[in-house]
Design a protein around this ligand. Structure first.
Ligand code: PLP
Length: 255
């Protein structure tokens, strides 16, 4: 007998996906990074797709590649891509990539050229989370972006950012980040680039801030049935989320 096991209830995943679908007009991206928060990458990727997810998202490229190789056809984006990754394979498998610097842009373009494809990219904007994305060098970055876009070296399909404190809905940083994001959208539009997909909301913002939904929301912890923040947003039950994982172990000792 197993000493300990994790049981994953796939119908809870389905229900949690459908719940957020019913609350938004945006497309839903199921976040399946980090082995689907420990629930099993491929299994959750397939379940979320069958339940109506429009996109899958991972941090690491190898997880995006593994999802595509498992036969999943919906759009997949991988957003944590340092220089030197296997962009050729990713582009060949039609993965969307996130771009956060001129250096990365050049590398992705070079990889795509070598297999005669045009890569689909989403621009990551640092609006205050400071974990990634184009920051103060925005103007220099879009100068390069416009050149690459005009010469058909890239297809800018998206622009996105990430809230640092969405689980505290009243925190003023949320508004500040949104204002910077809107400003970047405007400057991109002025430069003649209007990406089809605009996304900034994680689970907490999806649940509390409809104005942040734009046209894709990124549904992470909520997909697994957990509250993004029990104190500020309430527990799973009050949010009508169903926890998908049960941990079981043999009782060893009671004192
Ligand atoms: C992890 C992650 C998410 C999902 O966040 P949750 O709070 O779990 O919903 C969304 N977007 C990005 C970029 C992430 O890294």
């Amino acid at each position: 007998m197993n000493r300990a096991s994790a049981e994953v209830n796939l119908s809870a995943i389905t229900d949690n996906l459908k719940l957020i679908k019913s609350k938004t007009d945006a497309q839903v991206l199921a976040v399946v990074k980090a082995d689907a928060y420990g629930h099993g990458l491929i299994q959750i990727g397939k379940t979320a797709t069958d339940a109506g997810a429009d996109w899958l998202g991972t941090a690491l490229l190898e997880e995006g590649i593994a999802l595509r190789k498992s036969g999943i056809k919906i759009p997949i984006i991988s957003w944590l891509t340092p220089l030197g990754e296997d962009f050729k394979t990713a582009i060949d498998l039609d993965l969307d990539l996130s771009i956060s610097s001129v250096e990365l842009l050049s590398e992705v373009i070079a990889a795509a050229k070598s297999i005669k494809k045009i890569p689909r990219v989403h621009i990551e904007v640092d609006t205050g989370m400071s974990r990634g994305g184009v920051g103060d060098d925005w103007q220099m970055f879009i100068d390069h972006l416009i050149k690459a876009s005009k010469s058909n070296e890239i297809n800018v399909v998206g622009i996105w950012s990430h809230f640092a404190r969405a689980d505290e809905p009243d925190e003023k940083m949320n508004k500040e980040q949104m204002a910077i994001f809107e400003d970047r959208l405007k400057s991109l539009a002025t430069a003649g680039i209007s990406p089809e997909f605009i996304h900034i909301a994680n689970s907490a913002a999806s649940l509390t801030n409809k104005g942040a939904h734009k046209n894709i929301i990124r549904w992470g912890i909520g997909l697994y049935g957990l509250s993004p923040d029990v104190n500020n947003l309430g527990d799973s039950k009050s949010l009508k989320l169903k926890p998908a994982m049960k941990l079981k172990a043999k009782l060893h000792l009671v004192k």
